[in-house]
Ligand binder design. Structure first.
Ligand code: ADP
Length: 453
């Protein structure tokens, strides 16, 4: 097992990783920018190293600084968390060159899944269902017309190097296609320096459903069921639940086994998430994330498995002792991402938390690095913390979530708590009837308009 782990991240995930390390008896090194000197995980870690100024490029993304911090402290492994360098294959390779373990998958798997066209080809070859579309990139327009005629309109033009929903254009009809192609190419070139695009069938009202996988890198892999992350705003997840309200145990077992088998064939190491769009009872692969996800706690709450503990142990070369039959999903869990943002305009609201009180009681978990007096810096993402609630049934979970949201106090800054207090009392949510467009519609035209905040 590792002796000392350097946590190359900040915020709630740095604290979450630190907690897992403490329980495993592994010493921790916190690294921080000058803006994060007062962070909770910095206080709780055995050692800490300042790695640069506030700008992420000069601190959390600064590979030479991180290597120096490993050297100074003698850390033998690095946990990258999510974001920053978590899906940077080069970083994993550089660490390996310095005899430091990267707590994540093999660099080749990070690289494949980081390229959207490569990822889709690999998924298809592994037997995972994908969205119908072009076989790889589209270079000539007449090829795009041929593929679109085959799969039928509407189609989506997507950037090969895409991320964050950029370089994506819908063509509803044949007349729109040429414009969609050129607009997607221009946006992709500006955002990623690469204008390669590919074509996919556009799904009109899908849900976002993702499968959690865990592998030991030697051909043993399991799945831990799905999460439903359909409630999104601008492609950012807002509310996640496990299990999905629309997936039957048979469907779960089937898609889960498809994913687990793919990971066995790939000899995948560590935790990963295979993301799907789900429409008319069918799954369509969109991407695989080769890291721990923000929403991993809902899976932990229903399975009782500590995913970061498992991730660290397999990275250290320990065998995965869990078998598929050990994974039993009990009850229902929901996560709300509480952001430092105005609940109606979503304008970021960094600043000092003057009063802070977290809810408690059975089935309540708050993963947050905030505390009374903590100042949220304006430099990074606006996540204040995650409220995760578990109940024996979805209905109990919703009732508990209503109560917990009413107890949660974060004063001094704006937060999205009032949005969640509205959502948890909304009929479609209570009935589990929502797709990936529901929230945007609710906020701009539906009952939520002008009501929240
Ligand atoms: P990115 O890497 O830019 O986030 P993804 O492929 O993960 O791109 O897609 C982001 C979002 O775009 C999805 O969550 C979904 O909302 C939408 N999307 C992607 N592909 C399709 C599709 N074929 N049909 C409809 N919506 C899609």
């Amino acid at each position: 097992m590792f002796k000392k782990i350097l946590i190359a991240n900040r915020g709630e995930i740095a604290l979450r990783i630190l907690r897992a390390c403490k329980e495993l008896g592994i010493a921790t090194v916190a690294v921080h920018s000058t803006a994060d000197a007062d962070a909770m995980h910095v206080r709780l870690a055995e050692e800490s190293v300042c790695i640069g100024p506030p700008s992420a490029r000069e601190s959390y993304l600064n590979i030479p600084s991180l290597l120096a911090a490993c050297e100074i402290t003698g850390a033998d492994a690095v946990h990258p968390g999510y974001g920053f360098l978590a899906e940077n294959a080069r970083f994993a390779e550089i660490l390996a060159d310095h005899n430091i373990h990267f707590i994540g998958p093999k660099a080749e798997h990070i690289r494949i899944m980081g390229d959207k066209i490569e990822a889709k080809k690999t998924a298809q070859a592994l037997g995972i269902p994908v969205v119908p579309g072009s076989d790889g990139g589209i270079t000539a327009d007449d090829e795009a017309y041929r593929v679109a005629a085959e799969i039928g309109f509407p189609v989506l033009v997507k950037a090969a190097a895409g991320g964050g929903g950029r370089g994506m254009k819908v063509a509803l009809t044949r007349e729109d296609l040429s414009h969609a192609l050129s607009a997607a190419r221009t946006e992709a070139l500006a955002a990623f320096g690469d204008d390669s695009v590919y074509l996919e069938k556009y799904l009109a009202t899908p849900r976002h459903i993702e499968v959690q996988v865990l592998g030991d890198g030697r051909g043993h892999a399991i799945h831990l069921g799905e999460r439903d992350c359909s409630l999104q705003r601008r492609h950012q997840k807002v509310w996640e639940e496990a299990p999905s309200p629309v997936i039957s145990p048979e469907q779960r077992a089937e898609i889960g086994e498809t994913c687990a088998k793919a990971m066995r064939d790939l000899k995948y190491l560590g935790v990963g998430t295979i993301e799907f769009l789900y429409e008319n009872s069918r799954f369509y692969f969109i991407e695989m994330n080769t890291r721990i996800q923000v929403e991993h706690p809902v899976t932990e709450m229903v399975t009782g498995i500590d995913l970061i503990n498992e991730q660290i142990r397999v990275a250290a070369g320990e065998p995965l002792t869990l078998q598929q039959s050990d994974i039993v999903m009990e009850g229902h869990a929901i996560e709300c991402r509480v952001n430092a943002e105005h609940p109606a305009t979503f304008r970021p609201s960094p600043g000092k938390i003057t009063h802070y009180h977290v809810p408690g009681g059975l089935g309540i978990r708050v993963d947050s690095n905030a505390y009374q007096g903590y100042v949220i810096p304006p430099t990074y993402d606006s996540l204040v913390g995650k409220l995760i609630v578990h109940g024996k049934t979805r209905d109990e979970c919703l009732r508990r979530l209503r109560r917990a949201l009413d107890e949660f106090v974060v004063d001094g800054i704006d937060t999205t708590l009032p949005l969640f207090r509205t959502l948890v009392r909304t009929r479609d949510i209570a009935e589990g009837r929502y797709d990936i467009h529901w929230l945007e519609h609710f906020l701009s035209e539906g009952e939520g308009k002008g009501k929240v905040g």
